[in-house]
Ligand binder design. Structure first.
Ligand code: GLC
Ligand code: CA
Length: 555
């Protein structure tokens, strides 16, 4: 297996709107991030993945871009960006940009031209179709954010496709001019010196030409079979690789919802010349009762089966990305750990152990290193996210599911859980802003904040810092082969990693109960690399305490 810097890196995701506000307007910004680089350096991360900072009308918080080569007014200027990049590089931190090119904003000049007339030179930059008749869209596809995936446009009496909101029209990647525009924009950023791209819904860029109705799923038809991993997606990525990516020493990660291990080996194979790695979502999806909305937890055996399959099947063939949460997912400790009891910190450390000891590049989402939790939503008026707002309307206000039943589901999974401001200290608004934040701060900031945790050597923050440092000293954490143990256990997640004569044993108790465990003979007497509780691992039969996690290292 090739050894490369991005396999060894730990990546930290910043959602700029909620990270740090430098000018008191309640919105995080680039200067805010620059001012906090020392914090990230101290944590020890190698790479920042910056969620979109481009010019945008913010229908979907920057995932709707109106100018790829300009900075969103609220976030600052291109000079601020250059300063951030330069300062980050000075500290040895790389910056990976979010690349949102499945769609643009409807306020992008390309789309404003495209909608003007059927013979406009930009017409074919987007996907236009005739309706099926009076007020009937071309087919039954539903958009990810509710409603039809087609929007009627009066000027030319046709519909355009938008897999996300109607302010996010899909680009037509079959048009070579679109691809060239995107590639030259990417080159422009690479020449600026950025260190890579996280590619938004990149598995959706190629659509089938025929667009038949999809299987009904809820109110609308599923576009999946016609738009996800579409006919030309691999050839377009190979072309992108050849024309742009291969010319720079950058890292790439594709967001590829619905990806299987087979497909991942193509998207991110060691020799397929597409991407370095992909985000798969099997371990954070598929637990939904109403679409993606549910109040249930995924059983541990299912979670392990999924993650172990990714570990095993990609070994030596493609590279994994490891994550528990991001800006689209609820908080890890609330979802997989325990955020309501005295076990919050220990369960957050257990989750970190479990993830960072697997094979792949680990991603930390801002605030995860503090054990930040889901937000205590009280009413739908608390939502800021287009997805939650629309979902509440579509599932609940429509009368399909009663509020009492739907509410626990939507608050458990709302993307806004991840988007509340970063909790820096115990001053008003958690030190995020001197003004009024665009989304409320979680009231638990007085206990959970960076100032308190950096001062406490026993904190979640310091545990992450240690995990990151261990990765630098122990190649077995990066390159060791994964093997699952106790696969049937509903309580314990146990696996080994092996690199030449070195071995790690990773043991994680996912419950709030005491669980007996027998240390495998080969690890008897092996030193403990890291543990989230004080314990002795020198007897064979031990009792794990709630959420206990430890790693033994023998060589
Ligand atoms: C991706 C982003 C998400 C966004 C969507 C549309 O899934 O992560 O935040 O809403 O794409 O761009
Ligand atoms: Ca600001």
């Amino acid at each position: 297996m090739n050894r490369t810097w991005w396999k060894e890196a730990v990546i930290y995701q910043i959602y700029p709107r909620s990270f740090m506000d430098s000018n008191g307007d309640g919105i995080g910004d680039l200067k805010g991030i620059t001012g906090r680089l020392d914090y990230l350096k101290y944590l020890g991360i190698d790479v920042i993945w910056l969620s979109p900072v481009y010019k945008s009308p913010n229908d979907d918080n920057g995932y709707d871009i109106s100018d790829y080569q300009a900075i969103m007014d609220e976030f600052g200027t291109m000079e601020d960006f250059d300063e951030l990049l330069a300062k980050a590089h000075e500290k040895g931190i790389k910056i990976v940009m979010d690349l949102v090119v499945n769609h643009t904003s409807d306020e992008h000049p390309w789309f404003m031209e495209s909608r003007k007339s059927k013979d406009n030179e930009y017409r074919d930059y987007y996907i236009w179709r005739d309706g099926k008749g009076e007020k009937t869209p071309p087919n039954n596809w539903g958009s990810c954010f509710g409603g039809s995936a087609w929007e009627y446009d009066e000027t030319t009496d046709m519909y355009y496709l938008h897999l996300f909101s109607k302010k996010q029209p899909d680009l037509n990647w079959d048009n070579p001019e679109v691809r060239n525009q995107v590639f030259s924009m990417m080159t422009w950023w690479c020449e600026k010196g950025i260190d890579g791209f996280r590619m938004d819904v990149i598995s959706m860029i190629s659509k089938t030409r025929e667009m038949p109705d999809g299987k009904i799923n809820g109110l609308y038809g599923d576009y999946g079979p016609y738009c996800v991993h579409g006919p030309n997606v691999h050839s377009y990525l190979q072309e992108m690789n050849e024309k742009v990516l291969s010319k720079y020493d950058i890292m790439t990660v594709g967001e590829t919802a619905g990806v299987t291990t087979e497909l991942a080996k193509q998207y991110a194979g060691e020799n397929t010349h597409e991407l370095n790695m992909v985000f798969q979502f099997e371990h954070v999806e598929g637990d939904g009762k109403y679409g993606k909305w549910t109040d249930e937890r995924i059983p541990l055996t299912t979670l392990k089966k999924t993650l172990s399959r990714w570990q095993t099947e990609l070994y030596d063939k493609a590279w994994n990305s490891l994550f528990w949460n991001n800006h689209d997912q609820p908080r890890a400790v609330s979802r997989f750990g325990d955020d309501r009891t005295q076990y919050r910190a220990v369960s957050a450390k257990m989750l970190a152990t479990c993830l960072h000891m697997m094979q792949g590049s680990p991603y930390i989402y801002q605030g995860e290193e503090l054990g930040m939790t889901n937000y205590p939503f009280e009413s739908p008026a608390d939502f800021r996210d287009i997805e939650s707002i629309n979902a509440y309307r579509e599932w609940c206000e429509s009368g399909r599911v009663p509020h009492e039943i739907f509410w626990p589901c939507i608050i458990r999974k709302s993307r806004d859980n991840a988007r509340t401001p970063m909790q820096w200290d115990d001053s008003p608004q958690a030190g995020f802003t001197t003004g009024t934040p665009w989304i409320p701060v979680n009231p638990n900031y007085s206990e959970i904040n960076a100032k308190a945790e950096t001062a406490d050597p026993d904190s979640i923050f310091h545990y992450y810092k240690k995990l990151i440092a261990l990765r630098k000293q122990n190649p077995v954490m990066v390159y060791g082969k994964y093997e699952p143990l106790l696969e049937e256990s509903e309580d314990l997640f146990v696996y080994t990693r092996t690199l030449d004569d070195e071995k790690l044993l990773v043991v994680c108790n996912f419950t709030d109960k005491e669980v007996p465990f027998t240390i495998p003979g080969a690890f008897m007497g092996a030193p403990c690399l890291i543990a989230n509780l004080e314990n002795r691992y020198d007897k064979q039969n031990i009792t794990l305490r709630p959420y206990e996690a430890f790693v033994l290292h023998c060589k």
